[in-house]
Ligand binder design. Structure first.
Ligand SMILES: *[C@@H]1O[C@H](CO)[C@@H](O)[C@H](O)[C@H]1NC(C)=O
Ligand SMILES: *[C@@H]1O[C@H](CO)[C@@H](O)[C@H](O)[C@H]1NC(C)=O
Ligand SMILES: *[C@@H]1O[C@H](CO)[C@@H](O)[C@H](O)[C@H]1NC(C)=O
Ligand SMILES: *[C@@H]1O[C@H](CO)[C@@H](O)[C@H](O)[C@H]1NC(C)=O
Ligand SMILES: *[C@@H]1O[C@H](CO)[C@@H](O)[C@H](O)[C@H]1NC(C)=O
Ligand SMILES: *[C@@H]1O[C@H](CO)[C@@H](O)[C@H](O)[C@H]1NC(C)=O
Ligand SMILES: *[C@@H]1O[C@H](CO)[C@@H](O)[C@H](O)[C@H]1NC(C)=O
Length: 475
């Protein structure tokens, strides 16, 4: 969620464990066979970021980040899903400077963002067949959230600007405006909802630029256009996410709009705009008062779905799923009686279902929602699902973590994760040497007599027959 704050209160309390289920002795091993898992092992666990599946579903890329005592080793790894899932290798370990955010441009080209100087960040491509690295953009300012739409023959990206100026424009030195220069910052506004966040005049904006595949390489052929610039309803405070339509002609994005009451009332929501920025963005969620987020197109181009809160109170309401029919501009809430609040949604490739990821007790669960009969099916059991990719008519790829292992790719059946295949990449063997506590759960009465769920983790060497002090962390 957008403004989520995490507050930890740690105290030592020696309250009675009487409410807890008695620990199961079989959860505890012969302690001589496993080593203690400490912060050091936690740091040295491999982390996977920016995982994505290639357009033809044959490969998986991710940014693999591994820390040790003295440094960080970041590389782009590739897994060949079409070779029994176990063929892994480094795509590139070094391209001269730091890089991040791998994306698929075509089935052969992977795009990465790399900064050759601290104030810029440009798109480079790496061919997975030849390994050749090429610079694609030559911007003088940092960009992020880069997407290539082959249908639009455009690159989309987000860059920060001051209203009326192009990104990277040297506005401080022309003397005409009292706005921040490279030498100083004026923090004009305290955005109270975020506590101690001050806002400058800079805002993120979505840009598109013509770009085409020529002789297997991605080439920029135009100049960037700020597609949010024509909006007359207020200077944006967003976007948070955006997507090209399947035909490449339009873009949908979510953004808040500055307003006097923004500390307690959301204004803005889901916007729809031509991908060449030729007309003003239109707010398509204006009939709802709360925050709209996570807009996605159905792959058949018929619908936009998004998450919508119904009250103006910022990010404190349940997310409903809205289905917007692009042709006749009608909207409806689907699965209206569902009492859960999804965090994210994605369509299946055949556009028949939406796959919501939903916090449920200690887990984050993947559901499938048939948009014609609104039937909901729970697909995953325990664990925290972070992302999902449709692979084919039978299976999905998910990234899932539990308290026993970090984010890991699994292939699961669309009908449920009983048939699931864990892709063994690095951590499996590494973590097998250590004891990591199972998490038992329990419920207790919290403030206003609300039931609160707790998790209990046991220390290395735990003996179920003994009494232990408890460190209580309240979130
Ligand atoms: C730690 O990581 C750095 C950077 O990747 C590397 O140069 C160094 O050799 C590593 N040290 C050990 C002990 O593995
Ligand atoms: C970083 O990790 C890759 C992949 O495991 C390895 O080939 C490379 O030697 C590592 N680099 C350093 C500096 O540790
Ligand atoms: C997917 O694209 C890659 C790279 O072009 C190619 O090697 C592979 O054969 C393709 N796989 C399928 C299933 O089309
Ligand atoms: C990027 O632009 C600068 C000048 O603005 C030029 O010197 C440089 O060669 C360009 N680099 C590439 C890779 O096009
Ligand atoms: C939105 O808020 C206005 C003013 O508070 C209220 O009149 C209107 O009924 C609300 N609309 C919806 C759909 O809740
Ligand atoms: C809009 O189109 C959908 C089918 O795509 C249909 O179910 C719905 O009734 C239409 N609504 C209106 C108001 O025409
Ligand atoms: C979705 O529901 C419709 C209407 O009941 C049904 O015809 C269709 O088979 C369902 N789709 C899937 C993929 O289950």
């Amino acid at each position: 969620m957008k403004f989520k704050g995490i507050f930890y209160l740690i105290s030592l309390a020696s309250f009675s464990l009487a409410d807890f289920k008695a620990p199961n002795p079989s959860d505890f091993p012969d302690w001589s066979t496993l080593q203690r898992f400490t912060v050091k092992q936690q740091l040295q666990t491999t982390n996977f970021f920016d995982i994505s599946v290639s357009p033809n579903k044959s490969k998986l890329i991710y940014n693999r980040v591994k820390l040790n005592d003295t440094g960080i080793n970041s590389s782009i790894n590739i897994v060949a899903l079409d070779r029994g899932f176990d063929h892994t290798g480094d795509l590139v370990s070094e391209i001269g400077f730091d890089f991040s955010s791998p994306i698929w441009i075509t089935d052969d080209l992977v795009g990465v963002l790399a900064a050759d100087t601290p104030s810029t960040q440009n798109l480079y491509t790496i061919s997975i067949t030849t390994g050749v690295v090429k610079q694609v953009t030559n911007f003088t300012y940092p960009v992020k959230s880069v997407v290539y739409s082959p249908a639009a023959k455009k690159l989309g990206f987000i860059a920060s600007t001051i209203q009326g100026h192009a990104p990277g424009e040297d506005i401080g030195k022309d003397g005409s405006k009292d706005i921040p220069s490279h030498d100083g910052m004026s923090y004009n506004k305290l955005f109270v909802r975020r506590g101690k966040t001050w806002l400058t005049d800079y805002r993120d904006q979505i840009f598109t630029v013509d770009a085409d595949i020529m002789n297997g390489d991605l080439k920029v052929t135009g100049t960037p256009v700020n597609i949010m610039e024509k909006y007359t309803g207020g200077w944006e405070r967003g976007p948070y996410s955006y997507n090209f339509s399947p035909d490449g002609k339009t873009i949908v994005f979510d953004s808040q709009v500055q307003n006097r009451k923004e500390v307690w009332k959301a204004k803005g929501g889901i916007f729809f705009v031509p991908s060449d920025g030729s007309t003003e963005p239109v707010l398509i969620s204006s009939n709802y008062n709360g925050t709209g987020s996570f807009p996605v197109y159905s792959p058949d181009g018929k619908y936009i779905a998004w998450l919508q809160m119904m009250t103006e109170l910022h990010d404190a309401d349940q997310n409903r799923i809205i289905l917007y029919d692009i042709k006749n501009k009608t909207k409806r809430i689907i699965a209206e009686n569902w009492d859960q609040s999804p965090d994210s949604i994605k369509f299946t490739d055949d556009s028949s279902k939406i796959l919501p990821i939903v916090p449920c007790k200690i887990d984050k669960v993947l559901f499938s929602l048939n948009i014609s009969n609104e039937k909901l099916t729970r697909i995953t059991g325990g664990g925290v699902v972070e992302s999902v990719f449709d692979l084919n008519s039978d299976s999905l790829l998910i990234m899932k973590s539990t308290l026993k292992y970090p984010s890991t790719p699994f292939i699961i059946s669309k009908g449920g994760d009983k048939i699931s295949k864990k892709l063994t990449i690095e951590n499996t063997e590494y973590l097998a040497k250590y004891w990591i506590s199972p998490a038992d759960t329990f419920w207790f009465d919290g403030a206003l007599n609300e039931k609160v769920q707790g998790m209990i983790l046991y220390p290395y060497g735990f003996d179920p027959k003994k009494k232990y002090p408890v460190a209580l962390i309240i979130h």
